[in-house]
Design a protein around this ligand. Structure first.
Ligand code: GCU
Length: 676
């Protein structure tokens, strides 16, 4: 339950003694709710890790820990230059070893209270991961402005694509009852720098905007505020009709404009720092401006105008696709949004999923990144494992996020990575953001699978600074959550780093995608061809036939490859340069095509499916040796889940190999056991 904030006792006695020596005296003048929360966190952490209750002192006659915003610290002149503190911005912090009165002291400082809270969490992380604190000089600040969790939580407490129990928001008991979980949620989120929470599903219920629910939202906002987390709401575009009594929700209609303005004013009266709206419009049956022959920009700008006087933003989703739009679903968002570049108000940010289809185990990056240089683009990742085996599969997603963030779009020449684009490197005027679809529920362990917590953690860390490595984040999380013992950390880190590739291998190797069970998106379903809509059929995506398999998105097919900049387009377009990972995403390939491995496509595909399933067995073997490092319950939980995962991997492997064999008409290659 305590996530990565368990603050386990520092087992290394020598190190613990050094920490205690350095941290026995504290100067931390709290006062504001945020500083009080920071101080409380620091004390809880020191108590848990070192059984230490530091003594509050005024004058640093001893080695002291100073914590406070720069203006309140009263440090001797020039201890830390003002220009350095300015670099921390509104949310960052500085941790520095200094000598005062000949004593070695540590200063945690910032320009704002929330910077101090982040600094305290940053400092606690040093102890949690058992770093030396003798000489510290750490400057941290976020590279992205809006770092937001999107909860797909409904008012009846179901969670769309949620696999960790019911919604943590108990609407019935709100606003009167504040569950400790809300506070712990805010602590954990703030500890990794998350600063926003969209509390309801993108498939929004208009009731969310009624006074009754706004009261409840206000209670959540009050709870999160000390932790620097703003509340946002998903809104239904037809709300003026659904709850406002109007006959239209045309964004250019004066009454509609007024209705949203009044609604925004009403929200801000209760929640002065309300973050803004998230909108899914004209997608999967949701209402939107296109019903009135208006564009996404018309819709988004109308809401943006209502929020602008209060400094709120609109996150307008680019996840649009329509069965009636011809041929290739992967092309639609680009086709609809690119022509609107530059037309959005400055407080609108277009929220784009990492890939052009839908949170698959592997997709190429979304072609909109780099294609709208004058529009803020916010990347959307999915933490909840809709297409990654729900909460029974161990999949550490940081490598998936990083793969996308590090992809070079070439939009502004070499080095135009997705990370550089979404951090505003090429257009610093733009607001910036990263969203993660939350994997949080009311399960005791929050996320269903104990290792799924790492995806919440990693999302926050990468939203703060996308340059951080998956490996560092994994190691930190393991240490903070379980133990620092190297014999546990190293194998767990390597399991985590390998886990996403394993899952790609047993689910959708070589660029295959969207072949999961229909609707549930769980388990194999490559045979699905009667989902009611062509673009929900697995056969639409893999297009297997007796000649070969894969979706031809090159210039001889749907030409989706042309939505990328020339160097990327050419790489994908050409069968010989297209990376194996994306081969069947962009090409319909003959079964006997010779792969880089030297094998035929058929043999190579079978190889990937077997390798994927075997890797789960390996993972089980590693976990079995870990019983001594975690408590019995944790050990058993993971052990059981891995056994389930293994069964699922076998089911994926056998189903896909046998199904595709009916087209390939080739034997299972030697050395692989024929599925029973
Ligand atoms: C996926 C998912 C839906 C969700 C949608 C979205 O298609 O299956 O449940 O509503 O994404 O992102 O809006």
């Amino acid at each position: 339950y305590k996530l990565w904030l368990g603050y386990h006792a520092v087992a290394d006695k020598k190190l613990a003694a050094q920490y205690v020596q350095q941290l026995r005296y504290l100067k931390f003048t709290a006062g504001s709710p945020t500083l009080n929360a920071a101080r409380e966190e620091l004390l809880v952490g020191l108590e848990g890790m070192l059984s230490l209750k530091p003594q509050d002192i005024e004058k640093p006659n001893y080695s002291t820990l100073f914590v406070g915003v720069s203006s309140s610290l009263n440090l001797p002149k020039n201890t830390i230059a003002q220009s350095e503190i300015q670099q921390t911005g509104k949310e960052g912090y500085l941790i520095r070893s200094v000598t005062i009165n000949n004593k070695k002291c540590i200063v945690i400082t910032a320009q704002t209270d929330i910077g101090i809270l982040h600094g305290v969490f940053g400092f606690l992380k040093l102890l949690q991961t058992q770093q030396a604190i003798g000489v510290l000089n750490i400057l941290e600040y976020p590279r992205i402005m809006y770092r937001v969790l999107d909860h797909w939580d409904n008012l009846n407490r179901t969670v769309e694509r949620g696999y960790a129990g019911s919604s943590i928001w108990n609407w019935h008991k709100l606003p009167g009852y504040i569950d400790q979980r809300y506070i712990d949620y805010a602590r954990a989120s703030a500890s990794v720098g998350i600063n926003g929470s969209v509390v309801n599903n993108v498939n929004a219920n208009a009731l969310m905007l009624t006074p009754e629910y706004l009261e409840k939202v206000k209670a959540l906002a009050n709870t999160f505020r000390p932790y620097g987390i703003k509340v946002y709401l998903s809104v239904k575009f037809s709300s003026p009709i659904d709850i406002g009594g109007l006959k239209t929700s045309d964004p250019l209609d004066p009454q509609v404009i007024q209705w949203w303005k009044d609604k925004a004013d009403e929200i801000y009266r209760g929640i002065p720092d309300f973050g803004g709206f998230l909108v899914k419009a004209n997608s999967e049956g949701q209402p939107g401006p296109q019903a009135y022959k208006r564009s996404h920009a018309d819709g988004a700008n109308m809401l943006a105008d209502a929020l602008a006087p209060h400094n709120g933003i609109v996150m307008w989703r680019a996840f649009v696709y329509d069965n009636n739009v011809p041929y290739d679903r992967a092309k639609q968002a680009y086709n609809e949004f690119k022509p609107l570049d530059g037309q959005f108000k400055s407080n609108v940010i277009v929220q784009v999923k990492n890939g052009p289809i839908d949170f698959q185990p592997r997709e190429p990056f979304h072609p909109l990144f780099g294609a709208m240089p004058n529009t803020p683009l916010m990347i959307e990742f999915q933490l909840t494992q809709e297409y990654l085996g729900f909460s029974t599969n161990l999949v550490y997603e940081a490598p998936l996020f990083k793969e996308c963030l590090e992809s070079d779009t070439y939009a502004m020449g070499k080095g135009s990575t997705v990370a550089n684009i979404i951090t505003g490197k090429f257009n610093p005027k733009l607001i910036t953001g990263m969203a993660g679809v939350a994997n949080i529920g009311s399960d005791v362990n929050w996320c269903g699978h104990p290792f799924a917590q790492a995806n919440w953690y990693a999302f926050g860390r990468l939203a703060w600074n996308p340059a951080q490595s998956s490996a560092t984040i994994a190691a930190d999380w393991v240490k903070m959550t379980f133990t620092n013992q190297p014999a546990f950390v190293a194998p767990m880190q390597s399991i985590m780093l390998q886990s996403r590739e394993n899952t790609v291998n047993y689910m959708t190797p070589l660029g295959l995608h969207h072949i999961m069970g229909v609707n549930t998106h769980y388990g194999p379903g490559p045979w699905v061809d009667n989902a009611g809509r062509a673009d929900w059929n697995a056969t639409y995506y893999h297009k297997a036939d007796s000649a070969g398999i894969g979706f031809n998105r090159s210039s001889t097919g749907s030409n989706a490859a042309a939505q990328y900049q020339p160097p990327v387009r050419d790489m994908f377009e050409n069968l010989t340069t297209c990376p194996d990972e994306y081969l069947l995403w962009f090409h319909h390939v003959r079964w006997d095509h010779k792969m880089r491995s030297g094998k035929t496509l058929w043999d190579d595909m079978v190889h990937h499916y077997y390798m994927g399933a075997d890797s789960v067995k390996q993972m089980q073997r590693t976990w079995d040796k870990m019983a001594g490092y975690v408590d019995k319950e944790q050990f058993q939980t993971v052990k059981q889940l891995m056994a389930v995962q293994y069964d699922e991997a076998i089911s994926w492997r056998n189903s896909c190999v046998l199904y595709f064999q009916t087209f390939a008409n080739r034997p299972i290659p030697a050395g692989y056991q024929m599925p029973a």
